[in-house]
Design a protein around this ligand. Structure first.
Ligand SMILES: [Zn+2]
Length: 89
C-alpha cells in the first residue's frame, strides 16, 4: 500500500492565485504565478494529509466554507513584490 503526502494548502493557494492575480494587476504568466505560489506557500501554515494511492483523493466538502482571508492577504503581498521585480523574461 502506498501513501502520498499532500499539502491541501497547495491546491487552495493555486486556486486563489488563479482567481485573484488578474485583479491585482500582477502578470499572470506561469513564472509569475509560480513565484507568487512559492512566496505564499512558504508563509501559510501547511496542512498535510495522507492520500492512499489506491483510493480516490478526498474531496473537500463545498458546504464547508473555507476561510481564505489569510491566503489572500499573503497573495496581495506577493503580487506587489513580484510585480515590482518580475523574474520572467
Ligand atoms: Zn510574468
Amino acid at each position: 500500500m502506498k501513501y502520498q503526502l499532500v499539502n491541501v494548502m497547495e491546491e487552495r493557494v493555486m486556486r486563489a492565485i488563479n482567481d485573484t492575480l488578474p485583479q491585482l494587476g500582477c502578470c499572470t504568466c506561469d513564472r509569475c504565478k509560480a513565484d507568487v505560489a512559492a512566496y505564499t506557500l512558504s508563509r501559510v501554515t501547511p496542512n498535510y494529509i495522507l492520500v492512499n494511492e489506491n483510493e480516490a483523493p478526498p474531496v473537500s466538502d463545498p458546504s464547508e466554507k473555507e476561510d481564505d482571508s489569510e491566503i489572500l492577504q499573503i497573495i496581495v503581498q506577493a503580487a506587489d513584490i513580484i510585480s515590482a521585480n518580475p523574474n520572467h523574461n
